[in-house]
Ligand binder design. Structure first.
Ligand code: 8YV
Length: 309
């Protein structure tokens, strides 16, 4: 008898196919009556694939042993509640580092050099009657990385290749890292041209990019957010982008996805992306494979490949 697994949101087709080969899959996101599906499956479900798992959902599934998240960030899973209930949690680290780092640089260049505007300018036939103007470049500027973890380090390497100077802020200074460390985020923002946000979301990082930090970044300052919308005071950022108190923002993530506050849509000093840092064929395949490999390891009694709880 196949093990019962609850899937909480749409996953990559290849990942869903691999799950279906191994498990009896129940799709919570497709259920018309969530409560009824949970009640029906509760006595059987031993695994969850996907995020959005709170303590109440865990409590309604007494046989739950493991939650395999599709993504490195697991802020939609109550990890403390899982730990207290001895439920394992896995994520998908490393396999997405390159894809996210690559898009970070791409969005930074897009913002600095106004790539979306240039594309529109040509398509709309405006080129023969004028030019777009001159913009800034990354070369020679200082990038302050908030969260010098696995992805942050990949971004740093790429930005060094862009001839930028790298500094960083995080909870701790890291040994063996060649970049200047700031223990105060606002102070780093004051000394930076760019703030690169790639720290984990969740409790400890909520709105750490506060109005004060944004003010320190200032009217010439730019930011790129590849992490979670919750890290920034989004309302303050919008207001400051509108008034010119903040120079520009390249945003791949938002507080209330997929809803983007309308004010951003009218701004020329903003580049918007629909949370696609990891959205490449090779990376999403690898993420899906890691979700399945963690589940396989768990039910074979082997060590998990990437456990966070
Ligand atoms: C998403 C991400 O998980 O890994 C993360 O933390 O934010 C992304 O890779 C991905 O969009 C799947 O929902």
């Amino acid at each position: 008898m196949a093990i019962d697994l609850l899937q909480t949101h749409k996953l990559l087709d290849s990942c869903e196919a691999a799950l279906a080969e191994r498990f009896t899959v129940h799709k919570l996101h497709e259920a018309l009556d969530r409560a009824a599906l949970i009640a029906e499956m509760a006595p059987k479900v031993r695994a969850i694939a996907g995020g959005n798992v709170d303590a109440a959902l865990m409590d309604s599934l007494p046989k739950l042993e493991i939650i395999a998240n599709f993504g490195v960030g697991y802020d939609t899973i109550d990890a403390a509640a899982a730990k207290a209930r001895k439920i394992r949690v896995t994520n998908t680290p490393n396999v997405l580092n390159d894809a996210v780092a690559e898009l970070t640089v791409g969005l930074m260049i897009a913002l600095a050099r106004r790539i979306p505007q240039g594309d529109r300018f040509v398509r709309e036939g405006r080129w023969p009657s004028g030019n777009l103007g001159l913009f800034s470049e990354l070369t020679g500027k200082t990038a302050g990385i908030l969260g010098l973890g696995r992805i942050g380090k990949e971004i740093a390497t790429r930005l060094q290749a862009m001839k930028m100077r790298i500094v960083y802020h995080g909870r701790h200074r890291q040994d063996g890292v060649p970049y200047v460390y700031y223990d105060d985020l606002a102070e780093m923002a004051r000394d930076c041209d760019w703030l690169v946000i790639i720290a984990p979301g969740g409790q400890g990082t909520q709105r750490i990019v506060s109005r004060k930090v944004l003010e320190a970044l200032g009217p010439e300052g730019m930011l790129v957010n590849m992490a979670r919308g919750t890290l920034i005071d989004e309302a303050a950022m919008l207001e400051m982008l509108q008034s010119g108190a903040l120079g520009g923002a390249a945003l791949d993530v938002f507080e209330n996805e997929p809803n983007v506050p309308e004010g951003f849509l009218a701004l020329d000093n903003v580049v918007l992306a629909p949370h696609q840092g990891s959205a490449t064929h090779q990376t999403r395949q690898a993420m899906g494979a890691l979700v399945v490999a963690n589940l396989d390891a768990h039910f074979a009694g082997d060590p998990l490949l990437s456990a966070v709880v």
